[in-house]
Design a protein around this ligand. Structure first.
Ligand code: PTJ
Length: 245
């Protein structure tokens, strides 16, 4: 990462690509994660590679949901683990949430590599390895979750989620916060809180909001949740992409 000069105009994008490549080399990220990253990068370019105001509002609403939750869980896949491992640990600390590894292409080797990687970044307790419950209406491997994790969570943060699973989780009645750079993708479309932003910027910003709201009373948090308009957030992102900046 030191090889990329910080004043390079595409510094963040190059850093991201580099982290995904390292993730693949370490057995953390699936090869498909590189394609996902390429797609994300194209959308980020069109968004101006910045957190647009509607995304910031979504990040604030996401923080409020996590603080209000009884059992918040942050889901981690191979891309998330490669891009923002320490940042996810910080967010879990700030919101008293659990971390759970949940893979689209699940193998025991990747599960373990990601668990070790998260521990190296300060995670104390990582869920997902137990896999003693199933998300209804999904095929076997993709449905595996922890009974005391995602299965019983009331609020879940699912970054870069596949559309089928996002839908199945929504059907379970969970409050879903999705981070996805493509506002037309199915996962942000079924989310209660669609965050159309790069996960690299989104996660630290949700943490900042959570820290700032740490002492807020329940009424204030409920107000932030109620004022957030998911349709408007999706429209604003699409408009930015179509009309430019
Ligand atoms: O590690 P696994 O096995 O769980 O697999 C993870 C991937 C991401 C490979 C898998 O879930 C997958 O194939 O996802 P998709 O269907 O490619 O969806 C990924 C979505 O994330 C796309 O809509 C991308 O635009 C978006 N995306 C990619 N990179 C970022 C992103 N969104 C936010 N920040 C990013 N850095």
């Amino acid at each position: 990462e030191e090889e990329i000069p910080e004043d390079h105009p595409r510094y963040q994008d190059l850093l991201t690509r580099h982290r995904i490549e390292n993730g693949v080399e370490k057995g953390i990220t699936h090869l498909q994660g590189m394609h996902a990253e390429g797609r994300g990068s194209a959308f980020d370019y069109l968004l101006g590679e910045e957190t647009i105001p509607s995304a910031d509002a979504a990040e604030r609403a996401g923080a409020a949901h996590l603080l209000l939750a009884d059992r918040p869980v942050l889901s981690i896949n191979g891309n998330v683990a490669a891009l923002v491992p320490g940042e996810m640990v910080d967010l879990a600390d700030a919101t008293d949430a659990d971390l759970e590894i949940n893979l689209f292409n699940r193998t025991p080797e990747r599960m373990q590599a990601i668990a070790d990687h998260l521990s190296e970044h300060g995670a104390e307790d990582v869920r997902g390895l137990e896999a003693d419950a199933r998300i209804p209406n999904l095929d076997h491997e993709r449905a595996k979750v922890d009974e005391d994790g995602i299965y019983s969570a009331d609020v879940v943060l699912v970054p870069l989620e596949d559309g089928d699973r996002a839908e199945a989780l929504a059907e379970m009645g969970k409050t879903e916060i999705v981070v996805d750079l493509n506002p037309l993708s199915r996962s942000p479309r079924v989310a209660d809180v669609p965050i159309v932003d790069n996960i690299i910027r989104a996660v630290p910003n949700v943490t900042d909001h959570a820290r700032e709201l740490a002492d807020a009373d329940e009424e204030t948090l409920q107000e932030i949740v109620a004022e957030f308009d998911r349709e408007q957030a999706l429209e604003a992102a699409e408009e930015r992409i179509r009309d430019g900046f």
